[in-house]
Ligand binder design. Sequence first.
Ligand SMILES: *[C@@H]1O[C@H](CO)[C@@H](O)[C@H](O)[C@H]1NC(C)=O
Ligand SMILES: *[C@@H]1O[C@H](CO)[C@@H](O)[C@H](O)[C@H]1NC(C)=O
Ligand SMILES: *[C@@H]1O[C@H](CO)[C@@H](O)[C@H](O)[C@H]1NC(C)=O
Ligand SMILES: *[C@@H]1O[C@H](CO)[C@@H](O)[C@H](O)[C@H]1NC(C)=O
Ligand SMILES: *[C@@H]1O[C@H](CO)[C@@H](O)[C@H](O)[C@H]1NC(C)=O
Ligand SMILES: *[C@@H]1O[C@H](CO)[C@@H](O)[C@H](O)[C@H]1NC(C)=O
Ligand SMILES: *[C@@H]1O[C@H](CO)[C@@H](O)[C@H](O)[C@H]1NC(C)=O
Ligand SMILES: *[C@@H]1O[C@H](CO)[C@@H](O)[C@H](O)[C@H]1NC(C)=O
Ligand SMILES: *[C@@H]1O[C@H](CO)[C@@H](O)[C@H](O)[C@H]1NC(C)=O
Ligand SMILES: *[C@@H]1O[C@H](CO)[C@@H](O)[C@H](O)[C@H]1NC(C)=O
Ligand SMILES: *[C@@H]1O[C@H](CO)[C@@H](O)[C@H](O)[C@H]1NC(C)=O
Ligand SMILES: *[C@@H]1O[C@H](CO)[C@@H](O)[C@H](O)[C@H]1NC(C)=O
Ligand SMILES: [Cu+2]
Length: 566
Amino acid sequence: MKMSYQALGFLLVLSFIHSQAAVLQYTFMIQETNYTRLCSSKNILTVNGQFPGPTITARRGDTVIVDVINGGDHNITIHWHGVKQPRYPWSDGPEFVTQCPIQPGANFSQRVLLSDEEGTLWWHAHSDWSRATIHGLFVILPRLGTTYPFPKPDAEVPVVLGEWWQNDIQTVFEDFITGGGDPASSDALTINGQPGDLYNCSSSETTKIKVDEGKTYMLRMVNAAMNNIAFFAIANHSLTVVGGDGAYMKPLISNYITIAPGQTLDLLLTANQPAGGRYYMAAKLFNGQPSSLFDNTTTTAILEYNTGNFTPSSRAPVFPSLPDFNDSNASFNFTSRLRSLATPEHPIDVPLNIKKTLLYTLSINTVPCSVNETCLGPGGRRFAASINNITFDMPSTSVLGAYYRGISGVYGNDFPDVPPFRFNYTASSLNRSLQFPETGTDVEMLKHNETVELVFQGTNLVAGVDHPMHLHGHSFYVVGSGFGNFNRKRDSLNYNLVDPPLMQTIAVPQNGWTAIRFKADNPGVWFMHCHLERHVSWGMGMVFIVRNGKSSNARILPPPPDMPPC
Ligand SMILES: *[C@@H]1O[C@H](CO)[C@@H](O)[C@H](O)[C@H]1NC(C)=O
Ligand SMILES: *[C@@H]1O[C@H](CO)[C@@H](O)[C@H](O)[C@H]1NC(C)=O
Ligand SMILES: *[C@@H]1O[C@H](CO)[C@@H](O)[C@H](O)[C@H]1NC(C)=O
Ligand SMILES: *[C@@H]1O[C@H](CO)[C@@H](O)[C@H](O)[C@H]1NC(C)=O
Ligand SMILES: *[C@@H]1O[C@H](CO)[C@@H](O)[C@H](O)[C@H]1NC(C)=O
Ligand SMILES: *[C@@H]1O[C@H](CO)[C@@H](O)[C@H](O)[C@H]1NC(C)=O
Ligand SMILES: *[C@@H]1O[C@H](CO)[C@@H](O)[C@H](O)[C@H]1NC(C)=O
Ligand SMILES: *[C@@H]1O[C@H](CO)[C@@H](O)[C@H](O)[C@H]1NC(C)=O
Ligand SMILES: *[C@@H]1O[C@H](CO)[C@@H](O)[C@H](O)[C@H]1NC(C)=O
Ligand SMILES: *[C@@H]1O[C@H](CO)[C@@H](O)[C@H](O)[C@H]1NC(C)=O
Ligand SMILES: *[C@@H]1O[C@H](CO)[C@@H](O)[C@H](O)[C@H]1NC(C)=O
Ligand SMILES: *[C@@H]1O[C@H](CO)[C@@H](O)[C@H](O)[C@H]1NC(C)=O
Ligand SMILES: [Cu+2]
């Protein structure tokens, strides 16, 4: 205890000297909580008894100390999604990449170091499928004395999209892993934890958002769903995107939005309809290849205009029009129109002189079923997934710990820079022999401050689908994307190097590609993975290790004394 007060005092002094940045303190108690949804009750794992969990609110550059206490009966880790944690991967959270789990009864005081993030991020569990109920918003306001690059909204409204299973999520996860097939689909989608009145037993609990005619509201939105990209719209209202993934964007007006799991968006909503009006805000999932195991339900909340005398209207809300479940063009169209704000106050810094060029294929695979086992994947096999034909094999100790202490045998450092075998990645039919991946725990080593261009190439192995790719420890510029096979000569000519969006999660289109650029300026061990839970569980992940630089302020900071043991 003495140690942590000293550390806290040290941080406070540092903060005082260097800026107005504050040190904020939160306590996260992981606990089993009884919740009733869709006509029945069950226990779910929550933070502080809340679903969605508590919102963290800080200002740009602050330090947030979160004491995570595991009062549940289950190993857990927490990740601060989109926070770069400069030189401090120790608090990043992905299980067995940067830490071993916080075991039942144990605790871990996580230091969350904000730097240039501003806008909306979120936090979530990063071990097995616990994030289904362990997640919440992370709001980063402008520094004191600075303002939003748009007129201050009259109020801010959280909009957390989620998925709800009637069954216990650990059972869903275990059945999925044991069976080798697709996971059971969720039974409902949720807005702020509520399915909405299109579902049984949910009408009285539907989320209602009260607005005044003429005012402007900022929706801070995250897609916390596990397994699919979502479409969202509000009847008779357009939405103006002004930010996402903790950075500002050029205003983009649209009647619907597409949001991938892991992604956040800041949206302005002008209440320009008459008092007394009632409008549905609705979300449903997008999947280019919907199957019977796909949750095709629709979640709703109600936007209610206050009237002068506060008599609630009983009029049925108007329903918005949403793109079709399988409308890949609608999904791609929205995402490819996002742009950085790129102003003198919020400048961008796209790497132009690239030192490392990477091409990573993203594939769904199959592997043989064990003897005497019945597997539910295609052809009685087991599903897997890979990047450059390598299925990530999660170690049982942390990669960061092994790297920092020079322990060998935990990971290999020869992750391929290009696909080991070139083929027509997006061909409509592919030889079955290409489906079978290798398995390994391989990292890509990057030099400090190396400039990287990484092109993700979706393949049509087993089934071409969108992959929302998320990189820890860095933001990246999305400089280009398209359908089909990436062709450097042709496609690099069309890169946007002027105002590409700065993001941390980007949906690589089905049978298409996405090019990102970033500077490896954050020494540490950083997971990169698909944010569809079923894909990362199948092995669609890999690790970047950014080496230390020469100067003392370009090295990984030492670990905290209370790192959870393995
Ligand atoms: C949850 O609470 C409800 C209502 O109080 C009760 O009927 C139910 O048995 C509880 N469920 C669990 C799993 O504890
Ligand atoms: C956290 O764990 C430490 C070490 O086991 C223990 O001394 C401390 O009491 C725990 N704190 C809380 C709040 O549980
Ligand atoms: C609502 O409950 C009825 C009766 O149990 C059932 O037939 C129906 O499928 C349910 N509807 C939804 C949307 O869950
Ligand atoms: C509201 O939207 C509905 C459905 O899209 C449409 O039929 C109706 O005309 C719209 N009303 C107004 C006032 O724009
Ligand atoms: C959703 O899927 C179910 C099961 O596959 C199907 O019966 C139903 O018609 C679908 N609903 C819609 C709106 O497509
Ligand atoms: C979406 O699915 C419907 C029905 O399954 C099909 O008719 C339509 O062609 C599909 N649209 C696209 C864009 O694939
Ligand atoms: C998006 O759709 C609009 C309207 O259909 C179209 O004008 C625009 O060219 C599309 N943009 C992209 C990037 O596909
Ligand atoms: C498979 O089942 C057979 C018959 O039950 C048994 O003899 C054999 O040992 C089993 N093999 C494995 C690897 O479990
Ligand atoms: C790759 O496959 C696509 C889709 O089947 C096809 O249109 C294209 O011609 C193929 N490209 C080459 C180089 O074979
Ligand atoms: C992946 O590696 C396996 C094992 O070496 C090989 O059989 C397979 O063809 C490879 N697939 C691709 C797409 O490179
Ligand atoms: C590395 O890049 C960062 C951020 O772009 C910059 O501030 C720093 O000076 C660079 N360090 C070195 C040693 O080049
Ligand atoms: C919980 O974590 C510890 C430490 O890494 C590990 O030894 C143990 O097997 C884990 N328990 C489960 C049920 O995964
Ligand atoms: Cu994926």
